[in-house]
Design a binder for this molecule. Structure first.
Ligand code: HDD
Length: 702
């Protein structure tokens, strides 16, 4: 053994400009060809010192101990050790994108918010979508509420609308939030289950909180398993205030309506997607934006006055209630477009800090006790998560308008005030910023009075009427999904008393629903119905609450999964894929091997998925174009059989070349019928695409 260093940098390796490739000997004979050249920057330490060798730590002898003085080693490992910050206590798993909000209708009569003063005004936006219960590494398709948090960088400061894809919430008072979240997250003794509400603790809590029943109808509906972030609505949930330049206020609720339409998956698909592609939702957003298919939402407002609020059946400060669009129509005032992915996930998506307290002139809070509590929680949590009060210095959180204040110091302060004045009033010539009584933020001068008490307002007491309205506003298929979801979740509950207590709420919502769930659970008798604090009333059906009633007949942004075998008819493949692409859809080829298949005309069709990596749950519709031989081969492969069997069970539109019959028979797919298009002639491919616009052939499973 020798004490000679095994690798000594040559003098030209220090210049960083040498383009001649001198292999670096690692010492064990492995040659590394990574050296800086004209385009590749030189590796440095965080202090900017060029690094000569990033393969070997500094040792006393080739086989000796590592030396303490190896500052490169210590800096690299120290930094790695500190890479993690606490994940969000809720909404840990999320995915963000940049875009803009453009005002399509000026509303100065309603609000003094500068962005709404003129049609065409545009402000940059950052949006983060999320699930609530699971940790950062959980799967995208968990049955859960989706966060829909929007940060608008207006020219009068940042305005955050920290909403969800469901317009109501589980609880009425923020004091109960920790209990709600503790109950849904992994149980503290066993550390599971992860990212799901199907367990005893959650349903125990819910069954003791009748106010949650409306929200539970939503989370048991397909709203909680969206097809992608692009196909879901967003809601500000609470009632907020608009305040105009004259200081007059009105109430407002915010809505995000996807231009892409609404779409969800079915539960069996969700379960399988979580295995096949746990990143299904983030991949979808990434692909759409990278392909230039920018998702877009309309910003709508429901505006109403005190007189409406006084007459409304429920309290507008109660976040477990919504205002049906039939009662107060949604007025579209802007559009939100997402057109750019982040440069760096951690810097932007992870470090973005949404706070409900971030509002701008022209917007104000109401006394909704959930919103009031949130205003404390978000600011507080950012300090924990981002390490100090200067999280607004992180570029993603900093306003994009000028800002001047006397806040200073603290961890990681990036911009301290210049000059001597760091207080006011002061009498210095360069005395720093001053408050502006004319243009500054002012709260609505709303009269307040009342006894200091821990109390819930009496008109928060009706917990079932809107749950009933929601359920009855769904199509038969959607109602069946709610009953199945409740049955599934409660079947995971181990304690019979908890199952029965949940069911005992359902007769107050709908007796057929109660019966379906009781039957699904095998209950021998219907539990006695809970006595409501306030008798529920029958409200009119609200079509806007249904997904199926509000779909847009469109295949744009959707995906066709094309299962092909070697020798497949090239003309048919072309006839199928061309109109899908023309309609703004995507085609993914699923083949026996990832290299693809050779079509009948000898061309190579590259595959995006090998058959066991591309199950049909990843697609909105599927097509099977095979030769007789290919069909026989697929008929012997479980993933190929599952591909067609699942597509059939999930009510998807299926196109197939006649040879595919062998595969369908082997997969146990019953006779074809509607929603399945046999491609005997190429022009039937067009008919198939037209059918696909309906997204699912629900009659098959109804
Ligand atoms: Fe919350 C995060 C939405 C009630 C406390 N919440 C968080 C996020 C969204 C929501 C979308 C993720 C933001 C992001 O992407 O960074 N939360 C809601 C909605 C609610 C709601 C729509 C009811 C209408 N939340 C709520 C209550 C409390 C919190 C009642 C506490 C009293 N929420 C938090 C939090 C989080 C959060 C602990 C975790 C991470 C964060 O704030 O930044 O402060």
């Amino acid at each position: 053994m020798t004490d000679e260093p095994l690798y000594r940098p040559t003098s030209d390796s220090q210049t960083g400009t040498d383009t001649v490739d001198h292999p670096v000997q690692r010492g064990d004979g492995v040659e590394l060809h990574q050296r800086p050249d004209g385009d590749t920057p030189r590796l440095t330490t965080a202090q900017g010192v060029p690094v000569a060798d990033d393969q070997n730590s500094l040792k006393a002898g080739a086989r000796g101990p590592t030396l303490m003085e190896d500052f490169h080693f210590r800096e690299k490992i120290f930094h790695f050790d500190h890479e993690r910050i606490p994940e969000r206590v809720v909404h840990a798993r999320g995915y963000g994108a940049h875009g803009y909000l453009e005002v399509t209708e000026a509303i100065p009569e309603l609000t003094a918010a500068s962005l709404f003063q003129k049609k065409g005004n545009r402000v940059p936006a950052f949006v983060r979508f999320s699930t609530v219960a699971g940790n950062k590494g959980s799967a995208d398709l968990a049955r859960d509420v989706r966060g829909f948090a929007v940060k608008l960088y207006t020219d009068e400061g940042n305005w955050d609308i920290v909403g969800n894809n469901i317009p109501v919430f589980f609880i009425q008072d923020a004091l109960k939030f920790p209990d709600l979240i503790h109950s849904v997250k992994a149980a503290p003794d066993r550390g599971f289950p992860q990212a799901q509400s199907a367990h005893d603790n959650f349903w125990d809590f819910i069954s003791l909180m009748p106010e949650a029943m409306h929200m539970v109808m939503w989370t048991m509906s397909d709203r909680a398993i969206p097809r992608s972030f692009r196909f879901m609505e967003g809601f500000g949930v609470h009632t907020f205030r608009f305040v105009n330049a004259e200081g007059q206020g009105c109430f407002v609720k915010f809505h995000w309506k996807p231009k892409q339409g609404l779409q969800s998956v079915v539960w069996d698909e969700a379960v399988k997607i979580m295995g096949a592609d746990p990143d299904f939702h983030r991949r979808d957003l990434w692909q759409a934006i990278q392909n230039g298919d920018f998702p877009e939402w309309e910003l709508g407002v429901q505006v109403f006055d005190d007189a409406f609020a006084d007459d409304f059946e429920f309290d507008v400060l109660d976040a477990t209630k919504l205002i049906p669009e039939e009662q107060v129509p949604v007025r579209i005032v802007a559009r939100l477009v997402l057109d750019r992915m982040v440069d760096n996930f951690f810097a932007e998506t992870e470090q973005v800090a949404f706070c409900t307290q971030n509002i701008v002139r022209g917007i104000d809070f109401t006394n909704d006790p959930l919103l009031q509590g949130r205003n404390f929680s978000y600011l507080d949590t950012q300090i924990k998560r981002l390490g100090g009060p200067n999280f607004t210095h992180i570029p993603i959180n900093a306003p994009k308008c000028p800002f001047h204040h006397f806040q200073q110091d603290g961890h990681m302060a990036m911009h301290n005030p210049k000059g001597r004045a760091n207080y006011e009033p002061n009498s210095w010539a360069q005395g720093g910023p001053r408050a502006d009584p004319d243009a500054g933020f002012r709260s609505l001068a709303e009269p307040m009075a009342g006894d200091k008490r821990r109390v819930r307002a009496e008109d928060f007491a009706d917990h079932y009427s809107q749950a009933r309205q929601f359920y009855r506003s769904q199509t038969a298929v959607e109602q069946e999904h709610i009953a199945s979801a409740l049955t599934f979740e409660l079947s995971k509950v181990e304690t019979p008393e908890i199952r029965e207590r949940v069911v005992s709420h359902l007769p107050n919502i709908d007796t057929d629903l109660a019966k379906a769930v009781a039957k699904g659970l095998g209950l021998t008798k219907m539990p006695k119905a809970q006595k409501p604090a306030k008798e529920p009333i029958d409200l009119p059906v609200s079509d806007k609450l249904s997904i199926h009633k509000n779909q847009r007949a469109n295949f744009k942004g959707r995906k066709l999964g094309l299962l092909v075998s070697d020798g497949a008819d090239a003309a048919l493949v072309e006839a199928l894929t061309k109109p899908v692409k023309a309609a703004g859809g995507l085609v993914e080829v699923v083949a026996p091997v990832i290299a693809g298949v050779t079509l009948s005309d000898g061309t190579l069709l590259a595959a995006q998925q090998k058959v066991d990596g591309g199950p049909s749950v990843l697609y909105d519709a599927v097509a099977v174009v095979v030769t007789a031989k290919g069909a026989t081969q697929f008929a012997a492969m479980h993933p190929a059989k599952a591909f067609v069997a699942d597509a059939y069970a999930h009510a998807k539109f299926i196109a197939y070349s006649p040879e595919a019959e062998t595969l369908f028979d082997a997969a146990g797919v019953p006779q074809r019928g509607d929603g399945m298009v046999s491609l005997d002639a190429a022009d039937e491919a067009k008919a198939f695409l037209d059918a696909c616009k309906a997204l699912r052939f629900w009659d098959r499973v109804a």
